[in-house]
Ligand binder design. Structure first.
Ligand code: DI6
Ligand code: FE
Length: 413
């Protein structure tokens, strides 16, 4: 008697690909050669050798990947992409020798983008920010974090976050929002920075939280921005509002940022060029992700790279992001950020790719949902016209994206 072999139903099977699953606790990329992926209801059912997947599952649709590389959809876990205007004129001044801190002290820098953003109407903000978001998507991003920080009053901070949420509806991408009202002291409070911090704690943070507009709270801990003591108050208020925190830490000087982020169990501590060994050890104990931002390092012509060796030794997870912002990192290319992380910071190819997928998802507190190719996770993928992971990181200015897959939907590039 013939026994019918039944296979489990899937919606779609991607076959004949090379899958970087990132589903390894250790170093590698978890590559499955000649692999296939079965998906159903927008989730991953299984990834494995083609023969095994095709014998376990059947689907009305099968897509032959012709040997292409598949990674988890890219995750850009640190951007400031909602703003208006341009700082090209300041860039020109910096080329002529003025420093970022000098320009900021003279009312430029973050202050000039705050003016432009406050003056811009919603349609302008949506259009200008949407163009930057589209550039990220075109290089395989399926989840992006977007910070406020160019409103610096409650209404405009909430407006930036609202625009960020709107962008998730107008573009095929997931958006995680972060309230960064503690980015700079606004002109109204120039003489009274502590009063601004009070205002954030009493009004801006609770309002953003209760409106459901912020997924996290960030701050800029630096001599040109907020002290560790002021950030502590901001983080206490975030905690009271039930929001996780992250921190711009030790970018221009060792301000104790890594220690502070660790003390609050921050999701991530970002930049870290000047972090001490003690700070790195604290990040490790807290399980805080180090987010490295080579675009800002490059644009500011920094010479002090983040302490990669120490991060490795202490086993701190390392993510990489564009830091897309008008001042220090007008960068909308994840692939270029990856190349810079390898060339300028000495990260390996697996570190770089994990940094823009698994570790970036961890930095947003979403590793349970995305960031690796594992059964049960959302089927968010980037399909690349390259054969090896190194080719993704090696080229400057060529975009080999073939398609994205979002919640199981094939989105050709
Ligand atoms: N660190 C940065 O590099 C950006 N913000 C921050 O806290 C700079 C933002 C800007 O210059 O507009
Ligand atoms: Fe930043």
């Amino acid at each position: 008697m013939l026994v019918a072999r039944t296979r489990d139903p899937a919606d779609c099977i991607l076959s004949n690909g090379r899958f970087a699953t990132l589903a390894t606790a250790g170093g590698g990329l978890g590559i499955v050669e000649d692999g296939a992926l079965a998906m159903r209801d927008g989730r991953i059912l299984a990834v494995g050798p083609s023969r095994e997947i095709l014998s376990r599952f059947e689907a009305p649709q099968e897509i032959d990947l012709s040997g292409r590389l598949v990674t988890p959809g890219l995750v850009d876990c640190h951007t400031h992409l909602v703003y208006a205007g341009s700082r090209a004129a300041e860039f020109e001044q910096r080329l002529a020798g003025r420093s970022y801190a000098e320009i900021a002290a003279a009312g430029g820098g973050i202050g000039s983008t705050v003016r432009a953003t406050r003056e811009a109407d919603d349609a302008t903000l949506l259009r200008e920010s949407g163009a930057r978001l589209a550039a990220l998507i075109a290089e395989g991003v399926t989840l992006v974090e977007i910070k406020s920080g160019y409103g610096l009053d409650t209404r405009n901070e909430l407006r930036q976050l609202t625009i960020a949420r709107r962008l998730a509806e107008t573009h095929d991408v997931d958006v995680a929002t972060t309230l960064l009202a503690a980015h700079a002291v606004p002109p109204e409070y120039r003489q009274h920075p502590d009063a601004y911090v009070d205002h954030l704690c009493r009004e801006t943070i609770p309002e953003a939280a209760s409106a459901g507009l912020a997924d996290a709270v960030d701050a800029f801990c630096e001599h040109i921005a907020f002290s560790a003591e002021q950030v502590t108050r901001v983080f206490d208020a975030a905690r009271a509002a039930g929001l996780p925190v992250k921190l711009h830490a030790d970018q221009l000087s060792d301000s104790g940022g890594a220690l502070l982020a660790a003390r609050f169990g921050a999701l991530s501590a970002d930049h870290l060029e000047y972090s001490s060994e003690e700070g790195v050890a604290a990040l490790a104990r807290a399980g805080t992700v180090a987010v490295l931002l080579p675009g800002a390092y490059y644009m500011l012509r920094e010479t002090r790279a983040p302490p990669v060796e120490s991060l490795r030794r202490h086993r701190v997870p390392i993510a990489i992001a564009t830091d897309c912002n008008p001042g220090t990192s007008p960068l909308t290319s994840p692939l270029l950020a990856m190349n810079m992380a390898a060339v300028l910071f000495g990260l390996t190819i697996p570190e770089v790719i994990a940094g823009f997928t698994r570790e970036a998802a961890r930095a947003l507190g979403r590793l349970d949902r995305c960031g690796t190719l594992e059964p049960g996770k959302r089927c968010d993928l980037a399909v690349w016209d390259v054969e090896t992971p190194a080719e993704l990181v090696y080229r400057l200015g060529l975009n080999p994206l073939h398609a994205r897959v979002r919640e199981g939907r094939w989105l050709p590039h």
